[in-house]
Design a protein around this ligand. Structure first.
Ligand code: PRP
Length: 184
């Protein structure tokens, strides 16, 4: 039986790239001559980060970090850093780059962790904002799109490790559930 697969396209490759071009122009304007440090959150933000930095025509540097949540951010809310940036953050203008903000727990933890290192400024750029799921209030400075409360895959976002490589964002089509709903 086929498992869930990417279904309806929510944001096509063209729509994503057009919005990212706008975000890049805005960040370039806001950070001209400040050489920001863009920090991508692995793994989901990799594709967004790669396109965002190419759309941001100023001097900047990049780094990555990785987090994991004990038993899923959903249940426990406990997040921990599993790979840190190599770049010192103190005194830098930092922009955290996320693919999606859901409960907000990951971002709240990362903002607190990075703020403790005394960056000159700290902002967040998230491609997708799933506001309906928020459990902690966390300010987003640059947002690509708001998304409804559906499971999304593609463009860095996975289902069981799959579909990160799609150039678009789609809703996961739970074929199995549909099958159950209509079946015998
Ligand atoms: C996703 C996303 C964020 C986090 C957001 O990562 O990239 O880091 O979840 O969720 P939250 O707002 O509820 O904390 P995920 O844990 O799926 O790991 P991945 O990026 O490696 O796929």
């Amino acid at each position: 039986m086929a498992g869930p697969r990417p279904g309806r396209i929510l944001f096509s490759e063209g729509v994503l790239q057009a919005r990212i071009a706008e975000l890049g122009r805005t960040i370039a304007r806001d950070y001209a001559s400040r050489t920001p440090l863009l920090i991508g959150v692995l793994q989901g933000a990799v594709l967004f980060m790669a396109d965002l930095v190419r759309a941001t025509p100023i001097e900047l540097t990049t780094d990555f970090l990785a987090v994991s949540s004990y038993g899923g951010a959903d249940s426990s809310g406990e997040v921990r850093l599993v790979a840190d940036v190599a770049t010192p953050v103190a005194g830098r203008h930092v922009i955290l780059v996320e693919d999606i903000v859901d409960t907000g727990l990951t971002l709240a933890y990362l903002k607190e962790t990075l703020a403790a290192r005394r960056p000159k400024s700290l902002r967040v750029c998230a491609l997708l904002d799933k506001r309906a799921r928020r459990r902690v209030e966390v300010a987003l400075d640059y947002v690509g799109f708001a998304v409804p409360h559906v499971f999304v895959v593609g463009y860095g976002l996975d289902y069981g490790g799959l579909y990160r490589n799609l150039p678009y964002v789609a809703a996961l089509d739970d074929g199995a559930a549909t099958q159950r709903a209509i079946g015998p």
